[in-house]
Ligand binder design. Sequence first.
Ligand code: F6P
Length: 344
Amino acid sequence: MKVGILTGGGDCPGLNAVIRAAVRTIANQGSQTLGLLEGWRGAIEGNAVELTPAETDDIIARGGTILGSSRTNPYKNEADVDRLKESWARLGLDALIAIGGDDTLGVASKLYHDHGLNTVGVPKTIDNDLSATDVTFGFDTSINIVMEAVDRLRTTAESHRRVMVIETMGRHAGWIALFSAVCTAADYVLVPEIDADIDEMCQLLTNRRKQGKPYGIVVVSEGAKLGEEHGYVTKDGDIDDFGHVKLGGIGDLIADIIEKRTQIETRCVTLGHLQRGGPPSAYDRVLGTRLGVHAGRLAMSQRFGRMVALRGTRIVDVDLAEAVGTMRQLEPEFLDEANEFFRA
Ligand code: F6P
């Protein structure tokens, strides 16, 4: 068999672990893997390289993706789907493993169901917001990066008696923000799941100062809202190929409000793409490897239209069409436990 593999959407630590494991698993069964470059763009253009176990063995330690990624959506322009099918035939592909979030996997599912192309999915995102899997690889690395950053910001906040606002990624789910806030003993956290309570936040910061804590840490998810009527805060209103708006700027807004209301000097740090960069954690390398092995096996046993997923401690496979489209936001119990620490 000849199996293609691609990575789509925002990059994420652990992608190379998946690629390495799938290439090895497919080679173990005497088959060949072709890496399609830059997500669905490579699939449309038929831009591919051969991947071997020898060449991919040490990529497990590297961040990003050796294949490159893009947010190209073949369904934005139907002619691209025809081009993709032609490239598929020209490359002689028997199957394709698509590693991505909801958007990339949504395309893989449509190609399988509507066009009969044999696809298998692997879920990926630092945001941890995919409903069909318990955890996505990349999330662990990401919260460790935020943790280290906040630990560093704490000492400068303390020296200057300031409040430090840290804006994290996470789109419409607060996993990165909440987990980072909990593991850094932040004073307050704002997540997309709950409209920001500005009065409570300012009261809490003022109280803690009175109680003897001379500085404050507030973690804000990029998708947090000041209230339904305000909507999401965006930098420039730009929309990507899948219709997503680019978030960013809520951290500065919150820092401004805190300074004005509490009279405490406040600074904002937006961590941005630092949260996706660099080598994956041990956890993400192992999870990526396990998913890659199972995706390779699904392709080799011709079980298409499936997505690999983590359920408890086991890797299972689920229907690709059912797996996409439902976002997994923070479950109430996480918010409830954390709330012991984040109230005035
Ligand atoms: O979905 C992953 C993610 O990192 C989000 O947390 C963030 O909003 C977005 O991607 C940023 O995307 P881009 O790489 O296009 O700036």
